[in-house]
Design a binder for this molecule. Structure first.
Ligand code: URA
Length: 242
């Protein structure tokens, strides 16, 4: 039998836990708003009255074509100077699974489509081995323009481009994300942990299960790592209900 003091201690603990959950949720929401480009709220009476006049459509969720349109002929970062095409992403706008790579390469820049070069062909085979097709998933990258000479994306380029990816994910609402390579996993999960330590288990991105794995371009150079990636995909497939 618990004493009154013990019961009160337990009650207190659960209030503290609830408070921690709530503050965690609030902090996640603000982080998400910041990532999707929100820079603050104008809650003045005039502003609220103006928005009210526009009707409720102001609050309708956007669509992928609208996000693409808002990018326009993007000049927000230095990569715009050397790119041929913006590589927005392609696939099912309601996909349950989204693959996120690093950045477009030469072939992707030429065609304006993600993962269409040699690494892309390997990714297509991986997707097919999972009993899926490219049009049943969504494929995109952390950044949408090719870095010169395929160098790694720089932090300012990632920061500028991320809000558009966050908005895409908000529209698609996938259950799963598979990040390909270190840059994708580390940028999405906001960590500097090496991909070798992140891979093979689920992480969380705004309630979406994230499975990091190696990049297909890395597999082309290190074919012995293909089995590791297949292990990660098997874990993903186990959770993914077809
Ligand atoms: N590598 C990537 O990370 N993304 C592509 O779209 C192509 C190659």
């Amino acid at each position: 039998m618990k004493t009154q003091a013990e019961n009160s201690k337990n009650r207190k603990k659960s209030v503290i836990e609830n408070f921690a959950d709530l503050t965690g949720e609030i902090s996640n929401t603000f982080r998400f708003l910041a990532e999707t480009g929100c820079r603050g709220f104008d809650c003045s009476k005039e502003s609220i009255e103006t928005v009210k006049k526009w009707g409720s459509s102001f609050f309708l969720p956007e669509t992928l074509p609208e996000i693409r349109m808002s990018l326009d002929d993007c000049r927000r970062c230095k990569l715009s100077k050397g790119r041929k095409n913006i590589v927005f992403g392609e696939g099912d706008p309601h996909a349950k699974l989204v693959f996120i790579g690093e950045a477009p390469g030469y072939d992707e820049d030429q065609k304006g489509l993600p993962f269409v070069g040699a690494a892309g062909q390997l990714l297509t085979k991986i997707i097919q081995s999972m009993n899926l097709t490219r049009d049943k998933v969504y494929i995109c990258n952390i950044i949408k323009c090719r870095p010169p000479g395929n160098r790694n994306p720089e932090p300012d380029e990632i920061e500028t481009c991320m809000p558009f990816l966050s908005r895409q994910l908000l529209v698609i609402k996938p259950d799963f994300i598979c990040t390909l390579g270190a840059i994708a996993a580390q940028s999405l999960l906001k960590t500097t942990t090496p991909v070798s330590r992140l891979k093979g288990r689920f992480h969380d991105y705004n309630g979406i299960k994230v499975m990091p794995t190696y990049h297909p371009a890395y597999l082309l150079r290190n074919p012995d790592k293909k089995r590791d990636v297949w292990d990660d995909m098997k874990k993903l497939m186990k959770e993914y209900k077809y």
